[in-house]
Design a protein around this ligand. Sequence first.
Ligand SMILES: *[C@@H]1O[C@H](CO)[C@@H](O)[C@H](O)[C@H]1NC(C)=O
Ligand SMILES: *[C@@H]1O[C@H](CO)[C@@H](O)[C@H](O)[C@H]1NC(C)=O
Ligand SMILES: *[C@@H]1O[C@H](CO)[C@@H](O)[C@H](O)[C@H]1NC(C)=O
Ligand SMILES: *[C@@H]1O[C@H](CO)[C@@H](O)[C@H](O)[C@H]1NC(C)=O
Ligand SMILES: *[C@@H]1O[C@H](CO)[C@@H](O)[C@H](O)[C@H]1NC(C)=O
Ligand SMILES: *[C@@H]1O[C@H](CO)[C@@H](O)[C@H](O)[C@H]1NC(C)=O
Length: 204
Amino acid sequence: MLIFCVFFLFFTVSNGQNYQKMVLIYGEPTVGNGYSTHEISWEQCYSMCYWDTNCSLSYYYSSHCTLYQYGNYSIKQLTSSDEKLIAVKRNLTTDTCPTKPAGTDSYGDNNTLYINRITSDGTYWNITYSITSPCDIGTKLFRRDNYWVCVGVKLFKDCSPYEDARKMCNQSGWESITGPFSSEEMTYFLNQKGGYHMSLTPFL
Ligand SMILES: *[C@@H]1O[C@H](CO)[C@@H](O)[C@H](O)[C@H]1NC(C)=O
Ligand SMILES: *[C@@H]1O[C@H](CO)[C@@H](O)[C@H](O)[C@H]1NC(C)=O
Ligand SMILES: *[C@@H]1O[C@H](CO)[C@@H](O)[C@H](O)[C@H]1NC(C)=O
Ligand SMILES: *[C@@H]1O[C@H](CO)[C@@H](O)[C@H](O)[C@H]1NC(C)=O
Ligand SMILES: *[C@@H]1O[C@H](CO)[C@@H](O)[C@H](O)[C@H]1NC(C)=O
Ligand SMILES: *[C@@H]1O[C@H](CO)[C@@H](O)[C@H](O)[C@H]1NC(C)=O
């Protein structure tokens, strides 16, 4: 008998459809350093960042373009008269252009979760970037719409009631019992089942 447990739940923005955009604001970085500087135009400056997968934002002031890699930054908000420009890269889920850069982008790959969060307190735009491996050994990272979850499989020796399954999840410190959300999860669950009780194939 197989039961599926969700191990952990995160709330973030989904990475389903990915539209990369540069959101332009007036400001200057007060924390963090760039990784490359160029004497180019403002249009070339944010285009360069757009095409560079390592670039999180670009800063432009008096013909100098500086690129910043993904990391933690603080950007002081300015007005157009300061002539200091910032372009922040966003991974958006819809093909729309936000007027402000605030939001959270996340991306999951091979049990590694990348989160870039942009917030504003009215004076600063603060950017925090983290790379984590949130899943325990024996669990795998999957996206479920707006959530990231770590899911895993536990096996019973015999058939047991639903309550026992819930108890088993809980006692193992897992969040809750679940079913496969997608065909990717289903494939993972079936692979985890291995050769155990082959006759008991779960179905969606
Ligand atoms: C991004 O940065 C990494 C680490 O510094 C480097 O190995 C890689 O070549 C860079 N990628 C690009 C496209 O510049
Ligand atoms: C950014 O700050 C957060 C804590 O606020 C930290 O967990 C994370 O590792 C930092 N990221 C980088 C790239 O230093
Ligand atoms: C944005 O999407 C690209 C794939 O298109 C991915 O490589 C990158 O890690 C994502 N960045 C964030 C912060 O989600
Ligand atoms: C996935 O991550 C594991 C553990 O960090 C590593 O051993 C493996 O090579 C990675 N696989 C891919 C396809 O990057
Ligand atoms: C943003 O960063 C600034 C400067 O580092 C700091 O003073 C401010 O408290 C931060 N705001 C938030 C909401 O984290
Ligand atoms: C297990 O159940 C107890 C009692 O209902 C609850 O307090 C606890 O948070 C649960 N543990 C997990 C990991 O969900």
